[in-house]
Design a protein around this ligand. Sequence first.
Ligand SMILES: NC(=O)c1ccc[n+]([C@@H]2O[C@H](COP(=O)([O-])OP(=O)(O)OC[C@H]3O[C@@H](n4cnc5c(N)ncnc54)[C@H](OP(=O)(O)O)[C@@H]3O)[C@@H](O)[C@H]2O)c1
Length: 375
Amino acid sequence: MSNILLTGVTGYVGGTVLSQLLASTEPSLTGLTFDLLVRDAEKAKKLEKEYGNRVNPIQWAGLEDTSFIEDIAANYDIIINVASGFIAPGAIAFVKGLARRVGPDKPAPWMLHISGCTNLADRPLTQREQPFREWEDEKDATAILEQLKALDEKEPYSQRTAEVGVLEAAAARGVQAVSVNTPVIFGEGTGLFNRQGLVIPSIMGYVVQHGYGWKLNETANFDRVHILDLADLFVLLVRTIIERPDRGVGHITSGKPAVIFSEAGRVLIKDINQRCLDVAFASGILPREGTPKDKEIRLVTLQEIADELTAGSMAVAERGWAGHKSTKGVRARALGWEPTRLQEAWEQDFLDELVALQENRRMMSMASCIGTSKK
Ligand SMILES: NC(=O)c1ccc[n+]([C@@H]2O[C@H](COP(=O)([O-])OP(=O)(O)OC[C@H]3O[C@@H](n4cnc5c(N)ncnc54)[C@H](OP(=O)(O)O)[C@@H]3O)[C@@H](O)[C@H]2O)c1
């Protein structure tokens, strides 16, 4: 029996990871219960109602409450921190708590942390564009960590600060750790609360609202992964730790805390816009009165995109929407991860997202997109 603690289960990633752990029919998982850190009492009740005695929600103040985190973390063998990856002190506090379990004859404690590929992106609009580089998690393991550290020393970026902080704290304390560094996630999640991704819904909302697509440059890219393939990777990591006699030590990574990339394909930002336009025009939602009659992708300003799509954050907007970040996930595949929702699922997702928008299942509704919503 293993003691496993999860964060972020009210979110898109965490909700889906939890539901897939619970749905697994693997004998090593079917008897497990999961402790969940949840901020909202109503959501905790709903989790208990839905999943019964397989979950145990625990109220917490959040990733800022580092002394609580350090104490509670000391009770677990595996911590899956799939809440916001942008809060370094909380993420590091989990590692410090796990470190209290490190010792001879004790099972190696593991920290599974989520992070994002924008940590490696350049900022080609406000800084010098970096030459193209594809980072491979096995071969470039040391270089990736050095690059993350160097970038963060020059310019702290909270998601990267958290990723580096977790890996360094774990290495210093003998805690096993991986940061699942994740690209654009697409597809409908299977959690009880937020089931929507960020990138396609945001771009679809913009395209339907304005009637045209946008770009900040020609070359900005993202890798991509389906939410269920990503959840499969977390399930596989947990199974590897609890099923193997070595608890995955020296197997999941080559011994030191490291990044694992979870990519399953690569796309350009302007192509995401093009696909949104294609489905909106094909469905007849576009064009409408006052919007361009033909499909257009306009060059827009970083400020506009930051305001409309990333809550005003220029740092996230430039890395995400203009930056270059190309990853190659060798480690996950070596463990047996086989992503199956590829090009067909990607294309289907644009159709599904348009329907979700029409059915008001997205934070932005069709009515608000086209300016007909009533207050
Ligand atoms: N979505 C993507 O496309 C994507 C891509 C790459 C990487 N990622 C990484 O994955 C992380 C999670 O993304 P997501 O899409 O699952 O986000 P999400 O749906 O917005 O969920 C965020 C989760 O984090 C929790 N949370 C937020 N702030 C917190 C705090 N201060 N203390 C404790 N819990 C907090 C939320 O809990 P409450 O319900 O209590 O607010 C929720 O459970 C991101 O932050 C990012 O690092 C995501």
